[in-house]
Design a protein around this ligand. Structure first.
Ligand code: BG6
Length: 465
């Protein structure tokens, strides 16, 4: 009973939100490097290149690039079995279209993986997490099929270089964000549905081919898809509210349908027919999608949505995260995100029922303002949030029999928020002394939750009450 003995406990970060060093060792600019800081309710801006006078949080972030040894040592102290991190594509191919990779970038991640291995930490690598080389803008980024080949060159470089060091891979972080924030997901700033669906098709194709390459290069490789765990409840038992919820979920789930099943679902093809959307399919592409289905499904889980017939696909909410109608049963975070631990068990069941694939929760956590008092951070609110979610995940394993491979809490060390670009929206077990303007000592401080999570891992989740 309880969590499996080989359960992968850990934490997750993304390069553009933690590394900083945005031009160090030959790195090129990425789409994340031209996003300014926003705030609670203030959207981030995308600028035309780096414009003097603006503050870009990814440029310094929390300097993980230079401090990864100290940070991974702290993860090891908590007992991490895995560390989910992403590789910055523009460190390896600075403009995205070079023939030869940047050795300094490759060497950096060699050191990161060696450090993980030294502590027995299994790296879980996201190949593309909300950053595309800015140099690919001249091709129209992911609207252009050429980018599929650039991505494959990049992926092949990683699979060959890190063979034996990395065996768990995710192709695209939250691929369904193409439908909500395409600049982040794909470096394409467009509201046009035809454009977004072209981008999604190219990413599906790139992912399917990368899955096959990963398996050919090392039969030990396991490649997952990563779904932004949209989960929605109907606003009432009115069948029309229920239908609106189904329609909403289809908008999101078609991404995992394609990547887990290897083909576009009928409901999506019908929608394309109605809306006149045409995919740029070439000979052999549909076979590639079939051959490149993923080995497991990973997802992020922070909140749930409520959907109703009046505004089925128009959502209200803060910070571009649109959660729909207010759920009277749930409290919300300081950033307006509904807190719904039970929804995690619901999401695990929904995804397992649909695909029968091993699942992994690769992001979950509470963004909150932390106060430092006498050099300590008493973050009982974070412990409560995480504990309740872990209890529900445990029920999904014990009571529902769902094979959950692991859990990587989001932002085990404080990092930049993706939606707002703020530093004050902190998730970590480890506090970083830096503010919203990038000022501070960058010192790391263990919060109360650090010791709590250490105990959770040491007891394999047995003491959650
Ligand atoms: C996920 C992303 O959507 O949510 C992360 O994969 C992101 O990159 C996380 O940081 C939490 O969101 P935020 O906006 O609070 O940082």
């Amino acid at each position: 009973m309880g969590f499996p003995t080989d359960f992968l406990w850990g934490g997750a970060t993304a390069a553009n939100q933690c590394e900083g060093a945005y031009l160090t060792d030959g790195k090129g600019l990425s789409t994340a490097d031209v996003m300014t800081a926003g705030g609670n309710g203030v959207p981030r801006e995308i600028t035309d290149g780096v414009v003097e006078g603006n503050y870009y949080p990814s440029h310094k972030a929390v300097d993980h690039y230079h401090r990864f040894k100290e940070d991974i040592a702290l993860f090891a102290e908590m007992g991490f079995k895995t560390y989910r991190l992403s590789i910055a594509w523009s460190r390896i191919f600075p403009n995205g279209d070079e023939e030869v990779p940047n050795e300094a970038g490759l060497k950096h991640y060699d050191e990161v993986f060696d450090t993980c291995r030294q502590y027995g930490i299994e790296p879980l690598v996201t190949i593309s997490h909300f950053e595309t080389p800015l140099g690919l803008q001249k091709y129209g980024s992911w609207t252009n099929r050429k980018v599929v080949d650039f991505f494959l060159r990049y992926s092949e470089t990683l699979f060959k270089r890190y063979k034996g060091k990395v065996k768990y891979w995710l192709t695209f972080n939250e691929i369904n964000v193409v439908s909500t924030k395409p600049w982040m997901a794909a470096g394409v700033d467009s509201d046009d549905e035809q454009t977004r669906m072209t981008v999604a098709f190219h990413q599906f194709l790139a992912s399917a081919k990368a899955v096959q390459l990963a398996h050919e290069i090392d039969s030990d490789n396991k490649v997952g898809m990563m779904y932004n765990g949209h989960t929605a409840y109907p606003n009432s038992s009115d069948p029309e509210d229920v239908q609106a919820t189904t329609d909403f979920m289809h908008k999101m789930l078609f991404y995992s349908d394609v990547q887990c099943r290897g083909y576009y679902p009928a409901y999506k093809l019908k929608e394309f027919e109605r809306d006149g959307i045409v995919l740029p399919i070439q000979d052999g592409d549909l076979e590639e999608l079939k051959k490149g289905t993923v080995d497991f499904l990973s997802f992020s889980y922070y909140l749930t949505h409520v959907v109703g017939k009046e505004s089925p696909l128009v959502f209200t909410g803060l910070n571009g995260v649109k959660t729909g109608y207010k759920n009277p049963h749930l409290k919300v975070s300081e950033w307006g995100w509904p807190i719904d631990p039970k929804g995690l068990r619901y999401a695990l069941n929904l995804l397992y029922d649909r695909y029968q694939l091993p699942l992994m929760v690769v992001e979950n956590g509470l963004g909150a303002v932390d106060k430092v008092e006498d050099g300590r951070i008493h973050d009982s609110y974070r412990i409560d949030y995480l504990k309740e979610h872990l209890k529900e995940m445990k029920k999904a394993i014990e009571l529902d029999g769902i094979p959950v491979m692991g859990y990587t809490m989001w932002g085990p060390i404080d990092i930049i928020s993706a939606s707002t670009g703020e530093m004050m929206k902190r998730y970590g077990f480890i506090y970083v002394d830096v503010d919203d303007e990038g000022n501070g000592t960058f010192d790391r401080i263990k919060k109360d939750s650090f010791y709590w999570y250490k105990d959770v891992i040491a007891t394999n989740g047995e003491n959650l009450d």
